[in-house]
Structures are given as C-alpha cells and as structure tokens.
Design a protein around this ligand. Structure first.
Ligand code: HEM
Length: 463
C-alpha cells in the first residue's frame, strides 16, 4: 500500500510538473516568435542558465539555432548569438532597442545613471562623461594620478602572499576614486570602499526590499555614498578652491558645456566607478593569471616595460608617450578580455513590438546580445583557445566588425582607453618590480562572471 502511495505521489508530481511546463510554453506561444523553451512559470530557465552557463547556451543553439527564446532572470528573453544581428541591435538603439539591465541595478545606480537614460538625455550624459575622459585629460590630468596611485598601491609586496583578486578590485576602485576626488580621496577611502562593495552586491541581487537582503543593503549603501559625495561637493563650494580632477571639472559649470545638476553629478560619478570597477579589476587579475601560465608572453611584456624604465629615473612617472609605446601590453589586454570573456554580452529591451531577424519580438522583452561565442570563432581567431597576444599586433583585428569586447554602437564603452591606461600602468609596476608564482589550488569560475570565489593567491618576490 505504501509503495502504491509513493508511486501515485511521484506520478502526480510528474503530471503537475509537465502541466506547468506545458502551460508556460503555451502562454508564450505567440505567432512570429523564434523557437526555444520557456521553462517553469516565474523561474523560467534561470537555474539552467546560471548553473550550466555557456553549455546551456550551446545546447539551446544546437536545438534552436543562434536566435532563440528563453525565460531567464525573471523576464522573457531572446538570446542572440548571431554576429550580424548583434551588430544591428547595438547600432540601432533609436529603433527601440534600449538598455535592458535588471531593475535592482537601475534602482541602485540612480535615475540619471547612463544605462537608465535614452535618447537626448543619454547623448547629454554621455557627452558630459566623454568630456571628463578625453585623450587630452587622460594625458594631462588622469595618467599622473593613475601613476601615483599604482606606484603606492604596488609597493612592499615582496616576500608576501597576495590575494591578487582583492588587490585588483581595490586598485580599480581606488584608482578611479583618486581621479574623481584627487586629494580628498585618501580621507574617504575606507568608508567609501565598504559602502561601494555593498552597492555592487545590491545591483546583482533580486529586487526584494526586505531587511537583510543584498538589495536593501545596496540601497542603503547608495544613500551613504550620496551623503559622502554631497558633503564633498558642499565643502568644495564653500572653499572656492579649484581642483584638477573629475569632480572639479563637473563642478566648473561656467566653462562646462555639459552643465549637470548635483544629482546628475553624483550619478555620473557612480556610473564611472561602477562601469570601470569589475571590468578593469577582472581583466587585470586574469592578465596576471595568463602571464603566469605563459612565460614567453611574460618575457615579451616585461621587455617592453623594462625598456621604458631604462630611459627613465626611478621616480619618473609613466607618461602618454610611454603608454602609446606599449603595443604588446595592449595586445595582452585584448587577448585576456577575449580568452577569459570578461563581458559575456549586453542586455537590451524592446520599447515596441518589432521585427528582428525575421521574427516578431513583443514590446518589453529582453534581448541578451550574447557575444561570448564570437570570442572563440576560429575564423576570426585561429586556434581560439590559445592565449596568443601576438594576433592583436595586426591592428585590423581591433577594428573588425565583430569586435564587441567593449560593446558597440552608441553605447560603445567610453572608458576603453582609460581602462587600458589603468591596466597597463598596473602591469608596468607589477612586472618591473616583482616576479610571482601561484600558490595553487584556487578555484576560478568562468560564468556568469569571471571570479575566484576564495581569492587568487600568489607568492610575490622582488624582480
Ligand atoms: C577593460 C575594461 C572595460 C571593459 C571590458 C568595458 C566594457 C564595456 C562594455 C561591453 C560596454 C557596453 C555596455 C552596453 O552596451 O550596454 C561598456 C559601456 C560603458 N563603459 Fe566600459 N568597459 C571597460 C572599462 C571602463 C571604464 C574604465 C569606464 C570608466 C569611465 C567605463 C565606462 C563605461 C560606461 C559609462 C559605459 C556605458 C556607455 C553608455 O551607455 O553610453 N568602462 N563598457
């Protein structure tokens, strides 16, 4: 009898599950949609997506082609792996293909955050940002600050075991903070860093506003950051001093074409800190990992950096000409971003029903412009799983149509050259001062983000 009840129970559960799956498929069975599966009601295929990552995407592609529907991270979503379609999507925001980042990210990064604004407001905010990180400003104001920061950050590492993930995260945040708030950055470092890390976690969480959730903590961290930045702005206004840093530029509204309100200035600062944080830190960490694993590449890179030191005194900073001479370092940065796939893709959402790739995509659906697979395309990158920076010395690779490491179209990363300058300067002081070996045994995760869950530990000695 007991066995019969168990079998009956199992059958009942199977029936309910299959009815739910079927119901969810029928719900989304609209004419004109691409093929694909929608998984469970509410949860969709999020678990499969997060757990199996790239292999889930590959399996779906094998079954439905490179343009399919799914339901991930709480939304009906089209996944596009078609390079030409991806290019079209990135180039055509004006046709109703706007950024589609999760609600928690938009809530915590603010209403004026660049990912939250479209059309003319986006143009305006982007213009204001570009004015802060132009090549002239990188050369004259930002690079000296970056150099000074990296020199100090990378001092006294010899004979130590370093968690390079932690150090590169600190580097990415604090180097930006120095560029933003010059001299005051030191006095706010500690409280700012604590709040910023909570803010980042909040943006990657479900938007559940309950005590103890990462979302609530992230939102509180945003409030604390707002208060710190507002105080800084007030203090500067009261002192009437001029400051040669990003905040100084943003506040000098009289000579500034892009006059922003205080709320916009603060969201712009959060945008800069947030956008450059994980991208720069993870690329740097992975570059160090690949250099460790490929001694010949390390030798070539070190040669380039030692050549710079040879023509300078020990205290001379890296300048613009040095930066421009670092061709192999630039190649190492691109090859690291490609092979590690630091950015898997970007999210868009439709503002109206629209035809795309021969299908009809309903209004409000997400589109995951999944660019990961392009990084391993053997036609673009022969022997795609080999770490080979030399391939990037052919400049045309950087300007090919499907180079999406920094996005594309009207949202293409405005911080590309700044990010490269930061990573290059970090690598400069790292490889000219130290040699290192991995302690070993640290786990590296590749998806949904590249990270070492328990840190990446290296033993450092002087060079
Ligand atoms: C290796 C470093 C970096 C990588 C790989 C990277 C990658 C990207 C990508 C793929 C996008 C496109 C996002 C989209 O289309 O939705 C983007 C946008 C953006 N990035 Fe970067 N980024 C890097 C460094 C930086 C830095 C240092 C900054 C600091 C200013 C920055 C600021 C931005 C901003 C503000 C946007 C949004 C632009 C817009 O919406 O108009 N990035 N980045």
């Amino acid at each position: 009898m007991a066995v019969f009840m168990v079998v009956l129970g199992v059958l009942l559960v199977l029936c309910i599950c299959s009815a739910l799956l079927r119901w969810n498929e029928v719900r989304y069975r609209k004419k004109g949609l691409p093929p694909g599966t929608m998984g469970w009601p509410v949860f969709g295929e999020t678990t499969e997506f997060l757990k199996q990552g790239p292999s889930f995407m590959k399996n779906q592609r094998a079954r439905y082609g490179s343009f399919f529907k799914s339901h991930i991270l709480g939304c009906p979503t089209i996944v596009s792996m078609e390079p030409e379609v991806n290019r079209y999507i990135l180039m055509n925001e004006a046709k109703g293909l706007v950024p589609g980042y999760p609600q928690s990210m938009l809530d915590i990064l603010g209403k004026c955050n660049i990912a939250a604004v479209h059309g003319s407001t986006h143009k305006y905010m982007r213009g204001a940002l570009l004015a802060l990180i132009s090549p002239t400003l990188i050369r004259e104001q930002l690079l000296p600050k970056i150099d000074e920061f990296m020199r100090t950050h990378l001092s006294n590492w010899d004979n130590q075991i370093i968690n390079i993930q932690e150090k590169t995260k600190e580097m990415a945040l604090l180097s930006s903070l120095k560029q933003i708030a010059g001299i005051e950055s030191c006095s706010i470092t500690q409280p700012f860093m604590t709040e910023f890390f909570k803010l980042v976690l909040g943006t990657l969480s479900l938007p559940i506003d309950l005590p103890g959730t990462n979302y609530r903590r992230g939102f509180q961290a945003r409030k604390n950051i707002l208060s710190m930045l507002s105080q800084l702005i007030e203090k500067r206004r009261a002192s009437q001093e001029t400051h040669q840093d990003m905040l100084g530029c943003l506040m000098r509204s009289d000579e500034n074409r892009h006059k922003l309100t205080d709320a916009e200035i603060i969201d712009q600062i959060i945008t800069i800190l947030y956008s450059g944080y994980e991208t720069v830190s993870t690329t740097t960490m992975m570059a160090i990992k690949y250099l460790h694993d490929h001694p010949r590449v390390l030798q070539e890179l070190r040669k380039e950096h030692l050549a710079i030191r040879e023509r300078k005194n020990p205290e001379d900073p890296i300048d613009w000409n040095d930066l421009k001479s670092l061709r192999f370092t630039r190649a190492v940065i691109f090859e690291t971003s490609r092979l590690a796939t630091i950015v898997n893709g970007v999210l868009r959402k439709t503002t109206q029903d629209m035809e795309l790739n021969g299908f009809v995509i309903p209004k409000g659906w997400r589109i995951y412009v999944y660019t990961r697979e392009i990084n391993y395309d053997p036609f673009l990158y022969p022997e795609p799983f080999t770490f080979n920076p030399w391939r990037w010395l052919d400049k045309s690779l950087e300007s090919q149509n499907y180079f999406f490491i920094f996005g594309g179209g009207s949202r293409q990363c405005p911080g590309k050259e700044l990010g490269i300058a930061e990573i290059s300067t970090f690598l400069h002081y790292f490889v000219t001062r130290y040699r290192w070996e991995e302690i070993g045994g640290d786990k590296l995760m590749k998806f949904p983000r590249v990270e070492a869950p328990n840190g990446l530990h290296i033993r450092v000695s002087s060079y």
